[in-house]
Design a protein around this ligand. Structure first.
Ligand code: NAP
Ligand code: ZN
Length: 364
């Protein structure tokens, strides 16, 4: 038996914001716009949104990559101080995730956003992605650097933080540089594969997985060669949207949790942390998911050897970091405690995580 739950209304395509001004105006709210320093303007999304708004709004543009709990708390205070009542998140996964966390803090009178029981309601949110990678515009997740207490990157999972509306216009991703285009596409590929890896895999998502993998495999190289080509960007945005749909149903696995601390401690982008472990995780999982993955790849007309070659090409740019043994112990503890680790198709042990790190990094 399979369930499928996705409460977000999606608008997809060129100029979808400008073509739907009535949605923003009908809401008739004071909007709190959450974004990073540059992406909203560079992508053109902020201009499109401001042109739709007739009411007052407030812009909170302090979200950085791998957003922190400190920023979220500051944003929640600003939301309250400015008497806002609806959130618009513009940016990559970082601003969208920060906005989701603000939507919790601003109304639940709690700093403990990671405790699902303390989340009774949330401020409604519109998500406008400017990257094509995380799929956060369609998920019930928010990933935040918990910089105040546990000092680790942690996920929130709650149906109340699904965006109410998502406006996905691939033209906003044309301003992405080459490295962010690669990192975010690899993140998407990871989400799609994890729809097969997860013990909560869901056959209702298989058409999205098959089409999404095909899109990344075929159109990432084209998009890198012609970054301004809308058609190629559209294919990557579609794959990202599909990846979001998939992980919203099936969750992620060790493939994601194993790299969270690399983002927290060393600032490595989320896409790259996924890329680093892609091949090792596939090797670990393959005996247990062979039938499902072979089926998906054959439907996508991609041979497993070709997929592994693709991993090699797009993960080759990574420059390693040095990790000391105390840091490795902390990383292992954190990975073992992550909820998504438990969705892996193998029994994950400390030894497995240690072996993978020792294989890929210089441990001093
Ligand atoms: P990001 O951290 O949001 O952005 C990466 C960089 O790209 C930033 O410097 C950003 O600039 C820039 N940028 C964004 N859009 C741009 C555009 N159109 N043109 C030029 N530059 C642009 O990257 P992301 O990979 O999308 O998000 C990663 C975060 O999402 C991680 O924290 C990860 O854990 C999380 N994540 C969440 C989910 C979920 O379901 N919630 C799933 C996967 C990953 P600015 O600084 O100006 O913004
Ligand atoms: Zn991801």
């Amino acid at each position: 038996m399979y369930n499928f739950f996705l409460p977000t209304t999606v608008f997809f395509g060129k100029n979808c914001v400008s073509l739907n001004t009535d949605v923003f105006r009908y809401l008739n709210k004071k909007f709190f716009i959450v974004t990073g320093k540059n992406s909203a303007s560079l992508s053109g999304a902020l201009d499109d949104v401001l042109n739709t708004l007739t009411n007052n709004y407030f812009i909170f543009d302090e979200v950085t990559e791998n957003p922190t709990l400190s920023t979220v708390l500051k944003g929640a205070k600003s939301f309250i101080d400015n008497n806002c009542n609806f959130i618009i998140a513009i940016g990559g996964g970082s601003p969208i995730d920060a906005a989701k966390a603000i939507s919790i803090c601003a109304i639940n009178n709690t700093e403990n956003i990671f405790d699902s029981d303390s989340i009774k309601t949330t401020i409604p949110l519109i998500a406008i992605p400017t990257t094509s990678g995380t799929g956060s515009e369609l998920t019930k997740y928010s990933v935040i650097n918990e910089d105040l207490f546990s000092k680790s990157k942690k996920g929130i999972s709650n149906n109340l933080i699904f965006p109410k509306y998502s406006f996905i216009d691939p033209k906003y991703t044309i301003s992405l540089n080459k490295q962010v285009t690669i990192d975010t596409a690899i993140d998407t590929l990871s989400h799609l594969l994890e729809g097969v890896y997860s013990i909560n895999r869901n056959i209702l998502t298989y058409p999205f997985i098959i089409d999404g993998i095909k899109n990344i495999y075929k159109y990432l190289p084209f998009s890198l060669r012609e970054p301004e080509n809308y058609f190629y960007r559209e294919k990557l945005s579609l794959a990202s949207l599909y990846g979001g749909i998939v992980i919203a149903q099936s969750g992620t696995t060790l493939q994601h949790s194993i790299g969270y601390q690399l983002s927290y401690k060393f600032g490595i982008s989320h896409g790259q942390t996924n890329a680093i472990f892609m091949k090792e995780i596939l090797d670990l999982y393959y005996p247990n998911i062979k039938n499902e993955l072979d089926y998906i790849l054959s439907e996508a007309s991609i041979k497993i050897e070709a997929l592994i070659e693709f991993f090699k090409v797009y993960t080759a740019k990574y420059n390693g970091v040095n990790i000391n043994s105390t840091e490795l112990e902390q990383i292992i503890k954190s990975v073992m405690g992550a909820a998504n680790t438990k969705l892996s198709p193998i029994i994950v042990s400390e030894k497995i995580i240690k072996n993978v790190y020792e294989k890929l990094f210089k441990i001093s």
